[in-house]
Write a protein that binds this ligand. Structure first.
Ligand code: G4P
Length: 322
């Protein structure tokens, strides 16, 4: 199920972000700690690297993510040049308060008491940019728009002496390369319900939970380990539906309702702290995608080879005639 995303404002938001990047010292990229790569818009990295700007990578909502996996992601990002990764919860003021000092460390040349430190918050929709902005400013500021109808594109505010903070709208990108990324984004509610089907998304989430967090499923839905071991994603949705009495008229299972329960309980953290991807699963996914692309390329090349053989046969035929 390829997921494509064409918000009307995207091209203009990108242009404005590129312009703002020129006047930024540190990019604060907010991602969802449960899916840090899937929730990272590749355009943000491109724009940042083009201008050679350092990045404070915030793995937000870390209160909902698996702490061990988050540690692995921090090591992964901290090994990248110009990147400093921090796991936070934007809802926790003490964690947010560390951010300006961390940005200052990434741009020591601005620490001269003359030039202000200019920070810019970027990220896809729903990762917690507004929550972070409000926590940094210690007051509620109007949200810049993720929706095409909202005209407010950017705002720059003073963040105490010698520091400014620019807020940008949530930016998605035109085509999500890996289906799994689309599912992870949908499961975590970064992509709206109109883009994907809940049951498909819940089945994808179910496969991850069955593979990596069966104990949570056991505890939450009182399902035996042996039964879980025999299930796939759709079977898990059915089991959740039976447990929670999701029935349609006539007594059949309301699978859509069951799917929504599974999704909501993951989103709320009711299933515990869960991460949808790890550096290792991501590396595997990319290797598999590359192998599949290579195989497809080879398959495409084969008929051409066949045609060449046919041509060769013709030549041989001519030779035979000699
Ligand atoms: P955005 O600007 O990037 O679009 O995201 P926004 O701050 O609006 O946050 C999206 C949702 O994520 C909000 O939930 C917000 O409360 C929640 N959120 C943000 N940061 C964190 C965090 O660190 N931990 C947790 N657990 N949740 C976080 P909502 O349901 O839309 O609103 P609300 O009812 O929570 O206010």
């Amino acid at each position: 199920m390829p997921i494509q995303w064409f918000p009307g404002h995207m091209a203009s938001a990108r242009k404005k972000a590129a312009e703002a990047m020129a006047m930024t010292d540190v990019v604060i990229e907010v991602t969802d700690a449960r899916l840090p790569e899937a929730s990272s818009n590749p355009m943000i990295g491109e724009l940042r690297r083009f201008r050679n700007r350092p990045c404070l990578k915030l793995l937000n909502k870390s209160d909902l993510a698996d702490p061990e996996v988050t540690r692995a992601w921090m090591d992964f990002y901290n090994a990248q040049p110009g990147v400093r990764a921090v796991a936070i919860s934007a809802k926790n003021p003490a964690e947010v308060a560390r951010i300006p000092a961390l940005c200052g460390q990434l741009a020591p040349h601005r620490d001269d008491g003359v030039k202000p430190l200019r920070m810019m918050i970027m990220g896809i929709p729903n990762v917690g940019k507004s929550t972070l902005m409000n926590a940094l400013l210690k007051r509620k500021v109007a949200k810049v728009g993720d929706e095409p109808a909202v005209t407010k594109h950017q705002q720059t505010l003073d963040l105490g002496p010698g520091m400014t903070l620019t807020d940008t709208p949530g930016m998605m990108w035109p085509k999500i390369a890996h289906d799994a990324d689309g599912y992870m984004l949908a499961a975590s509610h970064a992509i709206g319900r109109n883009a994907v089907i809940d049951e498909e998304v819940a089945a994808f989430l179910g496969e991850i939970l069955l593979a990596r967090y069966p104990d949570r499923l056991s505890a939450r839905y009182r399902l035996e380990a042996a039964a879980l071991a025999a299930m796939d994603g759709p079977a898990l949705i059915e089991a959740v539906g039976r447990r929670r009495g999701c029935l349609v008229k006539g007594g059949g299972l309301d699978l859509e309702k069951a799917a929504l329960i599974l999704l909501q309980e993951y989103r709320d953290g009711a299933l515990g702290r869960i991460s949808l991807e790890t550096p290792a699963t991501r590396a595997c996914m990319i290797a598999d995608a590359q192998a599949a692309a290579q195989a497809a390329q080879e398959e495409d090349a084969e008929p051409a080879q066949g045609e060449a053989d046919e041509g060769g046969d013709g030549g041989n035929g001519g030779g035979d005639g000699d």
